[in-house]
Design a protein around this ligand. Sequence first.
Ligand code: LLP
Length: 432
Amino acid sequence: MWKIEKPLENRDGLLFMGGISCTELAEKYGTPLYATDETRIRENYGRMVSAFSKHYKKFRLYYAIKANNNLAILNILRQEGSGADCSCPAELFLAKKAGFKTDDLLYTGNYNSDGEFKYACEMSVKINLDDWTYIDRLVKFASPPNIPPVICFRFNPGVGKSDFGLVFSGPDAKFGITADKIVEAYRKAKEHGFKRFGIHMMTGSCVRDPAYFEQVAGMLFDIAGRISEGLGISFDFVNIGGGFGVPYKLGENDLDIEETGKRVATKFKEKIEEKNMGEPYLFIEPGRFIVCDSTILLTRVHAIKKTAEKKFVGVDAGMNTLLRPALYNAYHQMFVANKLSEIRTETVNVVGPICENTDQLAKDRELPIIEEGDVIAILNAGAYGFSMSSQYNTRPRAAEVLVNNGKSEVIRERESFGDLISKVRVPERLLK
Ligand code: LLP
């Protein structure tokens, strides 16, 4: 059976979110429209923090801005007490705009330019380096031991896991420092005069297995223990990264976050006691888990085509609006917002208006009989949805609204045609 779960509700066959009818949202703001439920973000943050911090007090969550960088959402997370994980200078800029304190920011780039290092040093944020050689470039802009206040390195434990092939660790990954080089990295940082250290890892995205987090975090804790012992340094924090998965398909299990928090925190406590590592902070930096199920993408059916083999349902969201199906063959559940009580009797391809055949949001999907004007809600659109959208095929980007207790507010205006050319310049001579 198709389950309507938080933050969604079925009210007499109509889809509601945060106390508002989704068809009304589509009517009021137009489509395609990203609609986010504020309460759900706060709940997700709360259950994650509680799962870990009840087993280890010195715990902090740094929200990974790349998943969804809307300033309103960043403000919600700042209010909740989150830190921010920033992957580039613009994300540091956004986090400051959203009111995060410098101390609550972590900068994790990869293959950084000198300009990026300079920006992060000028901001005096904690910096996480993706290779041991980078420290020699970083020190041109740093003033050890205070800027950056903490130096961290990213560990590649040699294994990774993901639901979508999004593996960021192992021999084929471009990220991190392998076990044979990581001690050297900290030795070098020490020689440069740094005194406060962190260690980081991010092995894959969308994992729904607590045992995996325990296993891979254990590898990070082991290496941290070895470094600490070998070089006589203590860690301010140990960061196990993000990667906490959510179910996209019907029947997929939720990640048991309680179990994950318990297993990881318990392993952490054992290791720091065994190796006399003091009391470092335990960090996580989730993106998807916090925002994914808070948001739906509403899109209207405009054109329907039947061929001998298929029925194509043409909607106004395409791969420009939600790239994940085209890029990763990702599955996103769909509900027809005005036909929740109707039985799914048709098998259709839901396609966008972009001139590519990869522009198919769902293939061979069972849905109720669809007519022009229907509104389809695409679920789990909050993580890597808007943030990976583009203006491809000269399409202005979608609007975003925030829904909270029966009220809705625009948090990003729909782009106009003017926005498409606001940075374009035509040399005078071509205007004649
Ligand atoms: N930290 C670092 C260093 C990362 O690279 C990422 C994600 C995260 C944290 C957050 O990971 P999460 O908790 O969201 O799994 N575009 C893909 C996801 C790519 C994730 C990239 N890095 C998607 O649409 O599924």
